[in-house]
Design a protein around this ligand. Structure first.
Ligand code: ARG
Length: 584
């Protein structure tokens, strides 16, 4: 017998709801095998489909597509099951895996780059999404705490410090010194410190870095004094973003292991000496010379430079080893911007050759954040502090829009919630921070996006605020009706799905969205689904009164749906690290 194609795999959710819920295209390949017309095969299939409780009699469209429409009774039962499930239908993975997620990775003592903001937000969402599916997830912050920026601080501290200022507020003073020294070196915004050759200030800074790396006692002691202040600059940002990272092990932690990495790779004949440097040739045994050669399938790497300095790759190799020994992960995901693609390709190839092959490596890359001028967004003065300003702005604009929204509802004669000053501040913060996160997560991470505070705080469209309002609306229906939601979650009343309520079918797809987002490391699949769910009831509310429904059964059923919409919104937002408020 000829091999049957994967028939089930050929049943897909219908692209157009008018055609039904699912569409199958298996009649085409089957017809080919049987030597018949696809339309006839489809018709034959339909004729033989036994009576059942799941689908209405299917129809054939076009050359032989089969359209299925779920029966309302079946749908209602499925939706009811989701309502009765605390987990909204999500079942933990049958084979839980252990993931290490490399996220955030800011270079401390240096203004926080918006790229690190993206890594933090996207990385945190992936941690939450994978965890919700029952996986073990370790978020690991690979801090850049050993780089050239410390040479700048050391130089600044030695020559330009203000002792009183440092004693009073080390964070602020270090930031001032960093900016001051870069100005002395006449470095423009975005100029690379390592690239500034022939600049006497930067040469002096680099000497300080070399001394630090060589173990100079004075510089080492100063580095230890600076570090707490550097970490202190970051803490409020993580706190404000409501992000807790499980592990923070910076480049400095791996530094003592680097000679061992190089020795081991030399001993295993993976690495070789070439013109004084230690290199790992590419797969064909070619030592890197030209950029073209570097782009080969398994890129070569330098793990110790001629001057004895170790590289970013050496540190990352030590990190792979440490993670494998500590957590024995099944997968390591690196949430880092697209410009580092070659680095990670190199790293993964070398780590495998070194023996760490039984782990999945993934560079979860993302595009750039652009300013309103569509150029790469850059923070100008203080980086980390400026980022706080930016979140302040987001909260302030959100508050303005919230107040406008309340005023408008009031003008239309609606009863509105009058929050206390404290509640108001909380609402502004929840919408503002949510807006920044949502804007980052709601489009495919690989594309660049424009950082536009006005657009991201909008109360209509695919934004955090829209979702948060939609959630609060669900909650307000329960408050208004004096209904306690517990009953609708533990033993929900029967669900009746007539035409206007069919949108509730979308709720079931929450599970698929979360699973797809996890499989591809694409949080925007969740926001895409959320957008469908949140806007659907708008139409429903207009045509279907909930509290004033015609019968008690219909009212109960509609309350189940309203509650479910709210639960799905809240759950999806929480997987993205975004909060909701009960009243706004
Ligand atoms: N600190 C690095 C940078 O700013 C990002 C670290 C990414 N993670 C890693 N394991 N290399 O470029």
């Amino acid at each position: 017998a000829a091999k049957l194609p994967d028939l089930i795999g050929m049943v897909k959710p219908a692209a157009n709801a008018d055609h039904g819920d699912y569409q199958a295209n298996f009649a085409m390949p089957l017809a080919k095998q049987l030597g018949k017309k696809p339309h006839d095969v489809a018709a034959e299939f339909i004729a033989k489909l036994p009576a059942n409780d799941v689908v209405e009699p299917p129809t054939v469209a076009g050359p032989g597509f089969i359209n299925f429409r779920l029966k309302p009774g079946f749908l209602a039962k499925a939706v009811h099951e989701v309502a009765a499930d605390q987990n909204l239908g999500i079942v933990p993975a049958a084979k839980p895996r252990t993931f290490v997620i490399d996220l955030s990775g800011p270079n401390v003592a240096k203004p926080l780059h918006v790229g690190h903001l993206r890594s933090t937000i996207i990385g945190d969402a992936l941690v939450r999404i994978l965890r919700s599916l029952g996986h073990t997830v370790i978020g690991d912050n690979h801090l850049g705490d050993w780089g050239t920026q410390f040479g700048i601080l050391l130089y600044g501290y030695k020559h330009h410090r203000n002792d009183a200022a440092f004693a009073a507020d080390p964070v602020r003073e270090l930031l001032r010194l960093y900016i001051h020294v870069r100005q002395l070196a006449q470095m423009a915004e975005g100029d690379d410190e390592d690239g500034a050759v022939g600049n006497s200030v930067m040469t002096a800074c680099r000497e300080e870095t070399s001394k630090l790396h060589a173990g100079d006692p004075e510089n080492t002691a100063l580095w230890k004094t600076f570090m707490p202040a550097c970490l202190e600059m970051l803490a409020p940002i993580y706190q404000r973003l409501n992000i807790k990272i499980d592990s923070t092990l910076g480049e400095s932690f791996y530094n003592p292991m680097l000679p061992g990495v190089v020795d081991d790779m030399l001993a295993k004949q993976i690495a070789f000496e070439s013109a004084g440097a230690i290199v790992i040739p590419n797969a064909k045994g070619v030592v890197p010379k030209t950029p073209e050669e570097q782009k080969k399938e398994e890129p070569p790497a330098i793990i110790r430079k001629r001057d004895g300095a170790f590289t970013y790759t050496t540190t990352d190799l030590a990190t792979v080893k440490h993670r494998m020994e500590t957590w024995k992960p099944d997968a390591m995901l690196y949430v880092v911007g697209a410009p580092q693609a070659l680095h990670f390709k190199t790293l993964f190839a070398q780590a495998r050759r070194w023996g760490y092959e039984n782990v999945e490596y993934q560079h979860v890359q993302f595009g750039s954040m652009l300013g309103p001028d569509r150029k790469i967004f850059s923070t100008r003065k203080g980086g980390a502090l400026e980022l706080m300003d930016l979140l302040d702005d987001a909260a302030r604009i959100s508050l303005e829009k919230y107040e406008a929204n309340v005023a408008e509802r009031k003008a239309h004669g609606h009863k509105v919630f009058e929050p206390t000053a404290e509640e108001k501040a909380n609402i502004a913060e929840v919408i503002g921070v949510g807006a920044v996160k949502y804007a980052d997560l709601c489009q495919s991470r690989t594309t660049d996006y424009v950082f536009d505070l006005d657009k991201m705080t909008a109360t209509v469209g695919n934004t955090a605020a829209y979702m948060q309002y939609a959630y609060a609306r669900c909650r307000s229906i329960f408050r208004e009706g004096g209904e306690d939601e517990t009953r609708f979650r533990t033993s929900p009343p029967a669900v009746i799905l007539n035409e206007p309520e069919r949108f509730a079918d979308l709720i079931r797809h929450h599970v698929e969205a979360v699973e797809a987002a996890a499989a591809e490391s694409y949080p925007h699949v969740i926001t895409g689904h959320l957008w469908d769910v949140a806007k659907a009831p708008g139409v429903f509310y207009e045509s279907c009164p909930v509290l004033k429904a015609d019968s008690a059964e219909v009212k109960e059923s509609r309350l189940v749906l309203v509650d479910l919409v709210g639960r799905v919104i809240q759950r999806a937002l929480s997987l993205l690290g975004i909060k909701t408020v009960e009243r706004m």
